[in-house]
Write a protein that binds this ligand. Structure first.
Ligand SMILES: NC(=O)c1ccc[n+]([C@@H]2O[C@H](COP(=O)([O-])OP(=O)(O)OC[C@H]3O[C@@H](n4cnc5c(N)ncnc54)[C@H](O)[C@@H]3O)[C@@H](O)[C@H]2O)c1
Length: 256
């Protein structure tokens, strides 16, 4: 019997946070290319214009066949997550991509650094918790679903640039631990929670970060699409036996 292509998102309704960002937008495009039926694109108010542009682009390319909508939500707000999920209908898969990596304050001597620490935790770690809290019971009630959280190589090995601050690193290590915690509880209900730990990727987040590319086995940063395809894969039927996995997609920079 011929093998059916299972990396196929036909009929899938997929929500993406941080959808206006580099990796989020690339993942939305990958999901559209793989046949997703509905894309729910979510980002912060400050990214509204980029989100609307992405929405228009995907609608134009998918014509009638894809249902794309844009939603403003601060992922750090429990209430905004609850309102969002209550209003968007059934979701088969979600990619939690929203994140921040402030570089301005120094943890050693900036008096405001602790406030920034809490903001980073609220967005990068509490955000995926809020989303999972809303999604897992709904997905379980419908027989299953897939959730993908974007961690980081920083959470694996403590960072790859000298200026990335410990709040970001700790938040991403926390995302990895959260994936393992959630996966154990959600899998018996048919909900698969997995993640990706990207190496440095060329997006707005890394535009001002110095990297020593000579250290990199491939000699370059990754492109957003190189995270998007694995993320789309983790939303597909081909990933049906993945639970609690964190894919290291880093060009060989970290091999744990
Ligand atoms: N670029 C990298 O090198 C890299 C490496 C490892 C992990 N990551 C992670 O990948 C994810 C995507 O990063 P990116 O490189 O595409 O960065 P990006 O800055 O291009 O995109 C991040 C997106 O998150 C959104 N966002 C920020 N705060 C938000 C909030 N409170 N509510 C809703 N949306 C919010 C931003 O508006 C932006 O669109 C992040 O979680 C990041 O930590 C990135």
């Amino acid at each position: 019997m011929p093998l059916k292509n299972a990396i196929d998102l036909t009929g899938r309704r997929i929500l993406l946070t941080g959808a206006a960002g580099g990796i989020g937008a690339a993942t939305a495009r990958a999901c559209a290319t793989l046949g997703a039926e509905k894309l729910i694109l979510v980002d912060a108010a400050a990214a509204k214009d980029s989100l609307d542009e992405l929405c228009a682009e995907l609608r134009a390319e998918g014509s009638e066949s894809i249902d794309v909508s844009a939603h403003i939500c601060d992922v750090s707000s429990r209430q905004e997550n609850a309102d969002l999920i209550a209003g968007v209908g059934d979701i088969d898969a979600a990619v939690a991509c929203a994140g921040i990596c402030p570089l301005e304050e120094d943890w050693l001597d900036d008096p405001d650094w602790d406030d920034v620490f809490h903001r980073v935790m609220d967005v990068n770690l509490l955000g995926p918790i809020h989303l999972a809290r809303e999604l897992i019971p709904r997905m379980a009630a419908r027989g299953g679903g897939q959730i993908v959280m974007i961690g980081s190589i920083g959470g694996r090995m403590g960072g790859t640039s000298p200026i990335v601050q410990p709040h970001y690193i700790a938040s991403k290590g926390g995302v990895h631990a959260l994936i393992w915690w959630l996966a154990q509880r959600a899998a018996p209900q048919g909900v698969l929670v997995n993640g990706i730990a990207p190496g440095p990727i060329a997006t707005a987040m890394t535009a001002t970060t110095p990297y020593s590319k000579e250290r990199y086995p491939l000699g370059r940063l990754g492109e957003p699409e190189e995270i998007a395809w694995p993320a789309a894969f983790l939303c597909s039927p081909a990933a049906s036996y993945f639970s609690g996995s964190i894919l290291d997609v880093n060009g060989g920079l970290f091999v744990g």
